[in-house]
Design a protein around this ligand. Sequence first.
Ligand code: CP
Ligand code: NVA
Length: 306
Amino acid sequence: MSTRHFLSLDDLSLDELNHIIERAIELKALHQQGLEERPFVGKVLGMIFEKSSTRTRVSFEAGMAQLGGSAIFLSPRDTQLGRGEPIEDTARVLSRMVDIVMIRTFEHASIERFAQYASVPVINALTDLLHPCQLLADIQTFTEHRGSISGKRVAWIGDGNNMCQSYINAAVKCGFTLHIACPPGYEPSQSMVDDAGDLVRIFHDPAQAIAGCDLVTTDVWASMGQEEEQQTRLRDFANFKVDHALMAKAAENAIFLHCLPAHREEEVSAALLEDDNISKVWDQAENRMHAQKALMEFLLTPQQKS
Ligand code: CP
Ligand code: NVA
């Protein structure tokens, strides 16, 4: 049986995605009741981080431990990857020693190359192009609070970055409408927008984009690797802060999500971020762990695929 990877939401069918979300909700309940099983005893997750992380590292490590397995944190500073050992060689060596690998890196092509040479499942834990693990948690969080996301209307306010592009994939996969509001010049990939057809619309006015939306989400204005653009971006995105006044234009009962880390009074007001009636960001962060446990179970247990 060929190895399954999770580099993008496109690597899952809709049935498989729905299965993972349902299972994440189930695993969360089992964890909360102390009834979790330990199917990963003896299994090892290799974690390659070429960028910083709080949520991703802790959610994968904790999740693996809770299911009986273990994880190894690998940074370029401490591995031969950082001294120029080819990705192809690293992929083949790690595949002989660990059962599954997650990678956070810059170029998406690097993770594709790693996956091509790996004989164990590879998970995208963020590239400059996509952040699909975060979407599993976001879909789980919306589902828990408001039911199925299919057929709903979602607003992305801010940069057309990796998170935004994973939202485009999710809109197509799950069948929801996505309104993206960004300053001119900060649009997501045109080909992804074109491929999404009527489901995705680009706006330059946040108030127009958010009208009637059931979910409103945003992200930092300068992603990891764009630190030098910080000041320019602060100016260019000045009208794209999500706050209570903007949220008031969304649908009644709309919720707010943010993948975190958040910059208060930049992309989101502190008051909105801390408003538990609207903002579900702490559930969303926790759900990274449950969703990735379900994902790893799916990738490591072929017979459970739907
Ligand atoms: N949302 C997210 O991926 O957070 P970290 O960068 O802390 O992993
Ligand atoms: N777009 C952000 C997401 C961080 C989780 C970044 O790439 O830095």
